[in-house]
Design a protein around this ligand. Structure first.
Ligand code: DSN
Length: 434
């Protein structure tokens, strides 16, 4: 069995900082010898890494191409225009803003562009799969705007009609009652396709704007396996690092009519200088996502999640919504073991080299810190070349790990099998040192 070097591919540039060099090496080792199943993570390509680590980090460029507040932006303007043009072409949008530092910033900017303080927004409940920026009491969004929520329908116990899908009757009822100025679709922990059309119809029926937060499925939409909200929603926000497989960051798409409001909301409304090194890396990722291979990748992500979910059901777990149509599965641990919490499961799986996150399930009786669920995703492992056989094997490994969680020898055996599997599918086979 070969072993990855603990060196990072960027060692040569870190000769004078052995501490950071060691940490990068340790993380390279972790990423290449443990299974990355966090649904919001992926392995960005070497080209994306190169742009992110480039000299573009040195440049201040407040403003937009052709309208900067600092000199020396002749090249930077071309970088940002390239990213915007590629993004507009990728999704068939009228206007793109590639400056948001993160998905949360993209959402805040979209709200700022579409709303006045105190306006009402209808979005998905956090404990049913929504995001912090969809009005969590802990988020600044709920201090500026008034959020009301919808959730998923109740679980039925019938495997053929499991429920726990977006309850559009509830969306329509709450919209009629509360008259929101904005309706938000999108989630962080929901394993079904989110169809933008019913949201559009409900928004139109109450005169609301419609924002689609595509942070999770952006790559699946770009890859043609999920319906596109572009041209249906007024504004589409997303992150660039999840299924889209680019650098860590956010972006916004909208019509020409909203372009000025969105751009001013990002800068100067919310952010200062854009991260042009990240914007260059976004441009790289948008080009990668426009290639035919990316369509194959996106389809494989969905097929892998389905195979994985099937193996988890065989291992005795219940899947929220009864299955998956995207890159993630949300596991209700209670059917497997009523005593097992998400927190303990995450910690035990970490010991076995299986990285995932605990997650609340709809109407979870436990707190968000403890939880009764796990969220797992297929996007990163699909990038390494793993297919359905590997995903089925990992589903079985998770069952073994959690069943034998008190048995150190059994956990060590799983850890060894995980390491062997990871070494057969290196995330960066072309980069020396990983
Ligand atoms: N942290 C992201 C996720 O894991 O889905 C959402 O912000």
């Amino acid at each position: 069995m070969s072993s990855p070097s603990t060196a990072s591919p960027f060692d040569a540039w870190l000769v004078d900082d052995p501490e950071v060099r060691r940490l990068l090496g340790d993380e390279a080792e972790r990423q290449s010898t443990t299974l990355q199943l966090i649904a919001s993570e992926n392995f960005a390509s070497p080209a994306v890494l190169a742009a992110t680590g480039s000299i573009l980090t040195n440049k201040y460029a407040e403003g937009y191409p052709g309208r900067r507040y600092y000199g020396g932006n002749q090249v930077i303007d071309q970088v940002e225009n390239l990213a915007r043009d590629r993004l507009v072409a990728l999704f068939g949008a009228e206007h793109a803003n590639v400056q948001p530092h993160a998905g949360a910033n993209a959402n805040l900017a979209a709200y700022q562009a579409l709303l006045d303080p105190g306006d009402t927004v209808l979005a998905m409940r956090l404990d049913h799969g929504g995001h912090l920026t969809h009005g969590s009491p802990a988020s600044i969004t709920s201090k500026i705007w008034r959020f009301v929520s919808y959730g998923v329908s109740p679980a039925t116990g019938d495997p053929d009609k499991p429920g726990e899908t977006i309850d559009f009757d509830q969306v329509a009822d709450v919209a009629r009652r509360e008259r929101p100025k904005l309706i938000v679709a999108g989630s962080t922990a929901y394993s079904r396709i989110i169809d933008p059309l019913p949201f559009r119809e409900i928004a139109d029926s109450v005169g609301a704007r419609f924002l689609f937060d595509a942070a999770h499925p952006a790559g699946l939409i770009a890859g043609g396996v999920h319906p596109s909200p572009v041209g249906v929603a007024d504004v589409v926000t997303f992150t660039t690092h999840k299924t889209l497989r680019g650098p860590r960051g956010g972006a916004i798409l909208c019509s020409e009519e909203l372009a000025k409001a969105v751009d001013s909301a990002v800068f100067p409304g919310l952010q200062g200088g854009p991260l042009e090194h990240v914007i260059a890396a976004k441009a790289v990722a948008f080009a990668e996502a426009s290639r035919p291979e990316f369509r194959t990748y996106a389809a494989q992500v969905v097929a892998n999640a389905a195979a994985f979910g099937g193996a988890l059901i065989e291992a005795g777990f219940r899947l929220v919504s009864g299955g998956t149509e995207n890159h993630q599965v949300l596991v209700d641990l209670r059917a497997f073991d009523a005593e097992l919490t998400g927190k303990v499961a995450q910690e035990v799986l970490d010991r076995a080299g299986i990285t995932c996150n605990r997650n609340t399930i709809p109407d979870d009786p436990r707190s968000p810190f403890i939880t009764s669920g796990l969220r797992l995703g297929s996007a990163a492992l699909t990038t390494t070349g793993m297919g359905e056989p590997e995903m089925r094997a990992i589903g079985a490994l998770i069952g073994r790990t959690l069943r034998d969680r008190e048995d150190d020898a059994a956990l060590a055996q799983v850890r060894a099998e995980v390491r062997e599997l990871c070494l057969a599918f290196p995330p960066y086979p072309t980069l020396a040192g990983t």
